[in-house]
Design a protein around this ligand. Structure first.
Ligand SMILES: *Cc1c(COP(=O)(O)O)cnc(C)c1O
Length: 412
């Protein structure tokens, strides 16, 4: 044994060991702009005392890759700054961020309110939680404003909001909903208001300044901007709320890939410029659509046709690239589907936030009670192409509604 120990300490390590324990260290002092990608499962501690003293809840150090590395911590800090919050937890998708909030805040017997026009997987998750976990999930009219006070029960723990609803584009009165929810104190704690703030990217609506407790972002959209990564974020200002979110993150194992964090971080410096470009182009396309006889209503929050337009004007500083239109009810679904199929630059597909323009027809019946419009709803996402080409593309596709594609001449 003595011989072996002596051998181990004096001989160079054998090949299998040497290729793992390299003696090389890169020189210190490297500095560059991109976010460094630190991938890790195991995080190495200096000694046992350091290992025992670290807890995963403190972001002043590292414990295990699931809880973050300098890469995810840095992305979280940048997102916190953009949103004007204090804490951020990443999740593997926007939907995972929604479920992390639900799981963090709700237990069986609790009640949750979700706007009737919410992002559909949020609605579906709420219904699933009602069936499986004894949560009461109720849907409310997003335009209810202060009237939400009549819906709040002692067991109401979570009020979801989405501004605007990303299909019907109705802009809710977030300050009124927050004030009513916060005034209703049930069983010792007031309901928490969570906002899906994806539409505004955190740029055009300062959620915390309007009373929101928890912001959720689908980073998949504008933050990434590349149509190539899925990620979500939950941002809070309140330490106790953040603690609950962190515990849910830990228990659910919602780690994110550091390469994905890098991809999202790569989009951030250009996000404001892109958002403003999408915004200007979407205004141009929406204005043109408003002038068309085939379109009965332009559901763009910056346009008077849109429910909640005055609220948007009061609370928002921009609009980005996503809006919907209602076709004149003369045009049945089969025809508006043909319109969408006839688009060439606009591609058919979910999500948004990238460079490519997208178009999706939605069946609002079943998504939104008491929807007053009989015409077909079609949602446009305006990418970064020249809006004149996008207008020309919509113009040629509208030709199918006349049964005569040649009726469109030139651009607007
Ligand atoms: C896309 C989206 C989500 C979900 O994000 P994913 O990363 O696709 O899961 C949630 N809310 C809204 C409003 C969205 O547009």
């Amino acid at each position: 044994m003595a011989d072996d120990q002596d051998h181990a300490s004096s001989q160079p390590p054998r090949t299998a060991t040497a290729i793992i324990h390299s003696g090389y260290e890169a020189p210190a002092g490297f500095d560059a702009f991109p976010l460094a990608v630190h991938r890790a499962s195991t995080v190495v501690f200096e000694n046992v005392a350091a290992m025992r003293s670290r807890t995963w809840q403190q972001k002043s150090g590292y414990t295990y890759g699931l809880h973050g590395t300098p890469t995810s911590f840095t992305l979280e800090a940048r997102l916190t700054e953009i949103e004007g919050g204090k804490h951020c937890m990443l999740a593997p998708s926007g939907l995972a961020a929604i479920s992390m909030i639900d799981m963090a805040l709700l237990k069986s017997g609790d009640d949750m309110l979700i706007p009737d026009n919410a992002y559909n997987p949020n609605r579906d998750l709420g219904q699933w939680m009602a069936r499986h976990f004894g949560i009461s999930t109720r849907f409310y009219d997003p335009m209810i404003g202060a009237g939400i006070k009549d819906l709040i029960r002692p067991e109401t723990r979570l009020v979801w909001t989405e501004a605007p609803g990303s299909v019907t584009m109705e802009v809710p009165d977030i300050p009124a909903i927050c004030a009513a929810a916060h005034a209703a104190v049930g069983q010792g704690s007031r309901p928490v208001v969570a906002l899906d703030n994806t539409w505004s990217a955190g740029l055009a609506f300062k959620a915390f300044d309007h009373g929101v407790d928890i912001v959720m972002q689908a980073l998949t959209k504008y933050q990434s901007g590349g149509s190539d990564v899925l990620m979500g974020a939950v941002i809070t200002r309140d330490d106790a709320l953040n603690q609950k979110i962190e515990e849910a993150h830990m228990r659910l194992g919602y780690g994110v890939g550091m390469d994905d964090c890098y991809l999202v971080s790569r989009g951030l410096p250009s996000m404001k410029l892109r958002f403003d470009a999408h915004d200007a182009a979407a205004h141009a396309v929406a204005r043109w659509l408003k002038s068309r006889p085939e379109i009965s209503r332009v559901l763009h929050p910056a346009f008077e046709d849109c429910p909640g337009h005055a609220t948007w004007k009061r609370d928002f500083t921009g609009a980005g690239g996503l809006f919907s239109v209602i076709f004149d009810e003369r045009h049945p679904e089969a025809l508006t589907d043909r319109f969408v199929d006839s688009l060439k630059l606009f591609k058919i597909g979910y999500s948004w936030g990238g460079a490519h323009s997208l178009c999706v027809p939605y069946r609002v019946k079943g998504m939104r009670a008491n929807w007053p419009h009989a015409g077909q709803l079609v949602r446009f996402y305006i990418g970064l192409e020249d809006p004149r080409d996008l207008i020309a593309d919509i113009g040629q596709a509208l030709g199918v509604l006349q049964g005569d594609a040649s009726s469109f001449h030139g651009e607007g």
